[in-house]
Design a protein around this ligand. Structure first.
Ligand code: ATP
Ligand code: MG
Length: 390
């Protein structure tokens, strides 16, 4: 932002103060003291910060809110109580509906050498954003009912299924609403689709065993990430995906899930959780760091958006903007996810379905080598666990 744009932005707010009568008059000549402006929108921030002169009734800001809207547009937000206020002026832009196009996605994955591609969506400028979960392993998706959470899950999962062979990636899915993820039953890459706490608990204990072995593998080969292992020792990547994870009633299961998440990065396990409302209880401080990537679809209010750290999510209008969200990674970016309905998803994944597929069909995958044994030998679960405490 250059100096002229800075002055222009500053003057615009002063004009709004003037038109709205938001100032303090002093002396016989009615000299006007306007609120003091501390921050104006620039390349980094999309809000103004100002303080009212002492003695000015803050209620005037509420009364004259329409003046700010006349100057800055409908979707502005004014936060503050007595003296200091923050006026967010970034308007949600309507990004046209984006169709899911695997060819295009595949090209980007290859060009950017992405290992675990997480499809996000189209930016205002028309770039399709796909990030690599290798660097940012755990994702939290939140938003009101109907805002587009399950749809983006379909785009993410369908892409990963098409990218990798079943011996390269595995999926453990949980769908406690019993409505969205059942269509993945039968896909060779999918090891389980859980609908109940109990079933999911079993999937997690299996993963726990797998983690223990992966830990040993890393230790034995003295590497810090499974990507560093040679191909014949490299276990498949694991995607653990839970739609509506607040419906997990069992606290032990929740704790186990988060523990797996905390180890995931090194062990090739990636977590995707979706929830309707981010609350402080769900995103406690320890979880905050773990679920470092957020997709904030439309939220009921500013508070919810702030808890998730995607301010602006509350400004996404209800109709016509489904699939629009704010992606929080290093910075905040507004995107619209590529839309895949159930029939399209079914069409894309049907060729990966097997007739003899069994749900909850677990098998330890990581090859375990011990000093003195053949490196090629893949041991059975029984072989492996005689010396493992858990
Ligand atoms: N990216 C998108 N582009 C256009 N429309 C979309 C997009 N994503 C979702 N929609 C529309 O919004 C509807 C609801 O989306 P979705 O089922 O993903 O919401 P949700 O957040 O999972 O809701 P719930 O919390 O009730 O499960 C879809 O049926 C579709 O019509
Ligand atoms: Mg849903």
């Amino acid at each position: 932002m250059n100096i002229f744009q800075t002055i222009k932005a500053r003057n615009k707010l002063i004009r709004a103060f003037k038109e709205g009568g938001i100032y303090k008059s002093i002396g016989n000549d009615e000299r006007k003291i306007y609120p003091k402006i501390h921050q104006i929108p620039d390349d980094k921030y999309d809000y103004y910060v100002f303080t009212l002169p002492n003695g000015v009734d803050p209620k005037i800001l509420k009364k004259k809110f329409y003046v700010f809207q006349q100057f800055f547009g409908k979707n502005i937000i004014l936060d503050g109580e007595f003296k200091q206020f923050k006026l967010s002026v970034k308007n949600t832009t309507l990004i046209d509906k984006v169709n899911y196009d695997y060819q295009q996605i595949h090209q980007i994955i290859q060009r950017e050498k992405i290992i675990i591609p997480i499809v996000c969506g189209m930016s205002e400028k028309g770039d399709l954003k796909i990030y690599d979960a290798t660097n940012s392993p755990n994702l939290l998706i939140y938003g009101e009912p109907g805002s587009g959470k399950s749809s983006i899950l379909h785009a993410i999962l369908t892409t990963l299924i098409q990218c990798y062979k079943p011996n390269q990636i595995e999926f453990y899915l949980a769908d406690f609403k019993m409505s969205e993820l059942n269509l993945y039953e039968g896909v060779e890459h999918v090891k389980s689709v859980s609908y109940l706490d109990k079933e999911f608990g079993q999937a997690l204990s299996h993963l726990r065993k797998e983690l223990t072995i992966r830990g040993k593998l890393l230790k034995y080969y003295r590497v810090r990430h499974i990507n560093k292992l040679q191909n014949d020792h490299k276990p498949p990547y694991i995607i653990l995906c839970v739609d509506e994870f607040v419906m997990i009633r069992d606290e032990n299961i929740m704790a186990e899930l988060l523990q797996i998440a905390s180890l995931g990065r090194a062990y090739g396990i990636y977590l995707i959780l979706s929830v309707q409302r981010p609350s402080h209880k769900i995103i406690s401080t320890d979880v905050r760091g773990l679920l470092s990537v957020r997709m904030g679809f439309r939220t009921v209010d500013r508070r919810n958006a702030m808890i998730g750290e995607t301010p602006g999510s509350e400004t996404i209008p209800k109709k016509g903007y489904e699939g629009t969200f704010f992606l929080k990674m290093d910075e905040l970016e507004q995107l619209r996810s590529p839309y895949l309905d159930e029939d399209q998803t079914e069409n894309l994944i049907s060729k990966f379905k097997k007739d003899d597929w069994k749900n909850h069909n677990y098998k330890i995958n990581s090859p375990v080598d011990r000093p003195g044994e053949s490196k090629q030998k893949v041991l059975t679960e029984k072989d492996v666990f005689y010396d493992v405490d858990y």
